[in-house]
Design a protein around this ligand. Structure first.
Ligand SMILES: [Zn+2]
Length: 299
């Protein structure tokens, strides 16, 4: 065989091997494509193939299923006095079987409120905050934190007017503030503190007509004048009695002296055996006490 003939044969053999390899590759590709289309028929797009649904085997024993407790229906939080105090003016409560005091803060909410909340939280005490509608609109998140921390919230009107107002203005002042108390905290309140403590300019009368209790105070250290913290503390501590309602402020400017005084007042009164309660709790205690006395007297 000549060299030329040998190389022609070698080319033919190579061509044959290449053709066989190409045919087998095409056939394999078709099979794969078919198997994909079958898989797609079994498991439509969106569902994983059945074998992927099997949970992986856990080495440790599985934890019991977490069952969520049924949620109670959402009831709005209501800060209301017992029925006997509706439309009444209170200055303090008559409590004779335990030592309790209600701290109150007016003119907030404001960034100063957060400092007051911090001191209350530190000493595990609660208070009542009489808010202005205008400030509630500006600081709804702070009002929310007041209520979330277990404090009570009350209505201090919208603008803090001291002049005489018509019934229409009184309604705007008090009703709109009530709406913003609800919007910011989810609570309804029937506690009203008249601005400047005025009982005769139309606001307190409207509040009484709407079943609010008008909450005055029995101790006023005049903290809004920003006296030294020691003077505020001395004033409160020297007048403290069970059932007292203390007037303080968390709005209307810098309240650093009030915050400092509070840090002294709370632990000192606790040492003397006092507990701090909200105004509704205080009035509830008086109502419960009278009820018990009435029950004891009945034959
Ligand atoms: Zn005020």
């Amino acid at each position: 065989m000549s060299t030329k003939l040998a190389s022609q044969w070698a080319l033919k053999i190579l061509f044959l091997i290449g053709s066989i390899a190409l045919i087998s590759l095409i056939s394999e590709t078709r099979q794969t494509a078919n198997s994909h289309s079958i898989a797609q028929q079994i498991a439509p797009v969106g569902n994983p193939p059945p074998n992927l649904l099997k949970p992986p085997k856990l080495k440790t024993s599985p934890s019991p299923p977490v069952t969520e407790a049924p949620k109670p229906p959402q009831q709005p939080l209501v800060f209301a006095p017992p029925a006997q105090f509706r439309s009444q003016i209170v200055y303090k409560a008559s409590i004779n079987n335990s030592k309790v005091i209600a701290l109150t803060f007016d003119d907030g909410p404001s960034p100063e409120t957060l400092k007051i909340l911090e001191v209350l939280h530190k000493h595990n005490a609660v208070a009542t905050f009489f808010c202005l509608g205008a400030n509630l609109r500006e600081y709804p998140e702070i009002a929310k934190r007041v209520v979330q921390a277990g404090n009570a919230i009350g209505n201090h009107s919208w603008h803090h007017y001291s002049h005489n107002v018509t019934e229409k203005t009184a309604s705007d002042e008090i009703d709109n503030t009530g709406v913003h108390i609800y919007r910011s905290t989810g609570a309804k309140s029937f506690l009203f503190r008249p601005p400047g403590g005025r009982l005769n300019n139309g606001l307190a009368d409207y509040a009484k007509k709407k079943n609010y209790v008008v909450v005055m105070w029995s101790i006023d250290p005049k903290d809004f004048l920003q006296p030294p913290a020691a003077a505020i503390a001395r004033s409160v501590l020297s007048q403290a009695t069970s059932g007292a309602i203390v007037l303080l402020h968390d709005g209307g400017g810098n309240r650093q002296q009030t915050v400092e005084a509070l840090s002294a007042i709370i632990p000192k009164l606790k040492q003397q055996g006092y507990r701090f309660v909200t105004v509704p709790q205080l009035l509830q205690m008086q109502a419960g006490q009278k009820q018990r006395i009435a029950n004891q007297k009945s034959p």
